[in-house]
Ligand binder design. Structure first.
Ligand code: AMP
Length: 390
């Protein structure tokens, strides 16, 4: 992996792709985590006396009306506050040459939302060759620190990098994420996978790729009910992904020895937090009941199994963690991993949110940030944003 420390950026014009896709409400940033987490890379480049030119997307731009709502100016202001230094802002994505010529070394320029280019024939998202070549022509080297877009071939990542052979690298954020994910290429064994969340259909690629590598596959959450249905159990009104039953049957027969499923559940009659729940063995569910969390016997079973693991990848919560009372299963299994000091990677999306809600996110080995990018990496796909820099 080629990282910032492998590239000479001293006194260079550095093009940096960040992920500043922050949530905004009425033009105000409501969560600046993404900007804050980019500071390490930005400060490192600033310290090298470079001219720093930053690109990022923000939201989606499909029509004129989307322009104002997705203007990157608030990000420039916030970045300026965080750095205690002026950030020059370009209202446009073109005509940047003069602005860059006028910069002093050590200055920072933030370019308008790269997706403004999508208004004219999806030039950014479609990786328009002319656009990538134009942006690449503005700098000497390219640093990609936008993990969440590595699975996309856009002009501002793959487009620029394709003109910067030998002059591109990853920033510290991407380096950190990839270093953690690469643990899974050759994991210390026993290697176990924990799967939860809602739909099996969303995770078919992931299951296909990880099941063959794993020593154990622990399945909870909404998705476990489609597996249980595939075993002809009565799952009542629990979440069912009917179209994936055959896939589940296949997985069950292929990996029978590896799979661990819930043996009890917290059940209720309605999908609401207001009703009391009962704990029932998985064979005892009635037609009008639904399982919204794993039960205590399952927690014990999962924790005993996982206590043998050396490496764990976990995707998807084991219950409806948005309701506090159905967060318990996820929390107790997470706690077991943390207490046993097991190298655990939370693979994106909702399990990271669940771990945050339990105040355990910072206690695991790594919590991935990029939803789609992480999922595609775990599916074993080649990510265009990685491939063009490797
Ligand atoms: P995913 O995005 O596939 O990881 O799914 C996350 C969603 O799965 C969350 O919104 C959870 O509420 C949901 N979920 C987890 N367990 C269950 C369950 N037993 N029944 C219904 N939904 C569930």
């Amino acid at each position: 992996m080629k990282t910032l420390k492998d590239l000479n950026i001293e006194n260079k014009k550095v093009l940096l792709r960040c992920d500043f896709n922050v949530p905004l409400k009425d033009g105000e940033i409501t969560d600046d985590t993404r900007i804050v987490s980019s500071l390490k890379t930005i400060k490192y480049i600033m310290d090298k006396n470079a001219k720093l030119i930053i690109f990022s997307h923000l939201g989606r731009v499909k029509e004129e009306a989307d322009l104002e709502a997705n203007n990157l100016l608030p990000v420039a202001k916030r970045l300026e506050e965080l750095l205690g230094k002026e950030v020059i802002f370009s209202e446009t994505t073109r005509g940047l040459e003069e602005k860059i010529d006028n910069m002093n070394y050590g200055d920072i320029l933030l370019v308008q939302n790269t997706r403004y280019e999508d208004l004219d024939g999806k030039k950014e998202s479609g990786n328009d060759p002319e656009l990538g070549a134009y942006w690449a022509s503005l700098g000497d080297v390219f640093v990609n620190d936008a993990f969440g877009t590595l699975h996309r071939a856009h002009a501002s990542n793959v487009g620029i990098a394709s003109h910067m052979e030998g002059k591109s690298c990853f920033g510290f954020l991407v380096e950190e994420e990839l270093t953690a994910l690469q643990v899974l290429d050759n994991p210390e064994r026993p290697f176990m996978v924990v799967l939860g969340g809602a739909k099996v259909a969303d995770k078919i690629g992931l299951i296909d790729n990880l099941a063959k590598k794993a020593d154990k596959i622990i399945i909870g959450g909404g998705m476990s009910y489609t597996f249980l249905k595939a075993m002809d159990k009565n799952i009542g009104k629990s979440l069912l992904d009917e179209e994936s039953i055959d896939f589940c049957k296949e997985v069950l027969s292929k990996y029978n020895d590896k799979i661990v499923l819930p043996i009890d559940a917290a059940v209720t009659n309605e999908y609401t937090e207001d009703e009391e729940y009962r704990v029932k063995d998985i064979d005892d569910l009635t037609d009008d009941e639904m399982g919204l969390d794993i039960g205590p016997k399952t927690v014990e079973l999962f924790n005993n199994t996982l206590s043998e693991a050396k490496t764990v990848i976990w995707n998807g919560p084991l219950g409806v963690y948005e309701f506090e009372k159905y967060r318990k299963g996820t929390e107790e299994v997470l706690l077991g991993l943390v207490d046993n000091n097991i190298k655990t990677i939370l693979g994106g999306g909702d399990v990271v949110a669940a771990a945050s809600a339990c105040n355990l996110k910072d206690k695991v080995y790594h919590a991935c940030t990029g939803g789609g990018a992480t999922l595609e990496y775990l599916e074993g796909k080649v990510l265009p944003g990685i491939d063009c820099i490797k």
